[in-house]
Ligand binder design. Structure first.
Ligand SMILES: Cc1cc2nc3c(=O)[nH]c(=O)nc-3n(C[C@H](O)[C@H](O)[C@H](O)COP(=O)(O)OP(=O)(O)OC[C@H]3O[C@@H](n4cnc5c(N)ncnc54)[C@H](O)[C@@H]3O)c2cc1C
Length: 253
């Protein structure tokens, strides 16, 4: 007879469908899971994965599920940081991965928020990609302003999809490019709701694009960028404890 532990273990075993590069540093991993728990996932949740190494299963690492909750597969969008994340592009279709989840509460009630400000830094876009894909699937009319900080245009992943979403959703996108002098020149009149700002996010940029106390604010990015954004929002009358946040780092045990 199969033990509870063995059944649990089998439930967590997923199959790699494919790995697709998003840019030089970021890859999307697509997984097939037999675990019914993932069917009830919410946009913005994450899962914890282990990969098989020569000495057995690796330690678990958390990644947001960047695909929509309606997708029949799990998509994670993963930036190369160290040994674990750099091994992701080597996964092949049919390989097995252990996947635990769904986990977390970031963006839990976002469907019910009529006006939303999303602030992302780099790969911190992943929970918002999930929410926007979900809004597209559900024909949502929530008014969203997405601020996304990157160093340059090359770091913007899923650029065409996001541009198209500004025509499908009630969505405006403000790219803040900290090391790209040409930023404003990327404006394309075919996508009037996609704006490019030169430099980092700051109170003036938030203010110019209509951020004020009222909309529900969500923030995800590297810790220094998050601290800076919280201070900017505070200056605009938005208290830090009202800003929902996801940290992509955790305290070492
Ligand atoms: C809730 C959540 C969601 C996330 N979603 C995404 C996502 O969608 N896409 C994405 O690219 N990344 C995401 N991350 C970050 C991702 O989990 C890490 O980048 C990855 O686990 C680093 O593993 P690594 O071995 O490649 O790098 P490492 O070489 O291990 O480390 C890279 C960096 O991560 C830190 N780190 C690694 N392991 C630990 C640990 N156990 N405790 C504390 N700090 C550690 C290191 O100090 C270093 O600064 C998320 C993290 C969290 C907590």
């Amino acid at each position: 007879m199969e033990t509870g532990g063995a059944m649990q273990d089998r439930k967590n075993i997923c199959t790699v469908i494919r790995v697709e590069p998003e840019n030089q540093e970021i890859n999307s991993l697509y997984l097939q899971t037999p675990d019914d728990a993932f069917r009830a996932r919410k946009a913005g949740q994450y899962a914890s994965i282990r990969i098989m190494r020569s000495d057995g299963w690796s330690e678990p690492h958390p990644f947001t599920i960047s695909g929509a909750p309606e997708d029949p597969f799990i998509r994670m969008t993963i930036k190369k940081e160290g040994a674990f994340t750099s091994a992701i592009p080597n996964l092949k279709p049919g390989d097995t991965v252990k996947c635990m989840g769904p986990l977390g509460v970031f963006c839990k009630d976002i469907d019910a928020r009529p006006a939303i400000v999303m602030i992302a830094g780099g790969v911190g876009i992943t929970p918002f990609l999930s929410v926007l894909r979900h809004f597209r699937n559900t024909h949502s009319n929530n008014a969203v302003t997405l601020f996304w900080a990157n160093k340059g245009k090359d770091e913007i992943i899923c650029a065409d999809e996001i541009k198209a979403m500004t025509g499908e959703l009630n969505l405006k996108v403000v790219h803040a490019l900290s090391r790209d002098e040409n930023a404003p020149a990327y404006y394309d009149p075919a996508y009037p709701r996609v704006i490019y700002e030169k430099g980092r996010l700051n109170p003036e940029v938030f203010n110019r694009h209509g951020v004020f106390a009222g909309p529900a604010c969500y923030l995800c990015g590297p810790p220094p960028m998050m601290e800076s954004a919280l201070s900017d929002l505070n200056q605009l009358g938005i208290a830090p404890d009202t800003v929902e946040r996801e940290r992509f780092s955790w305290d070492k045990q």
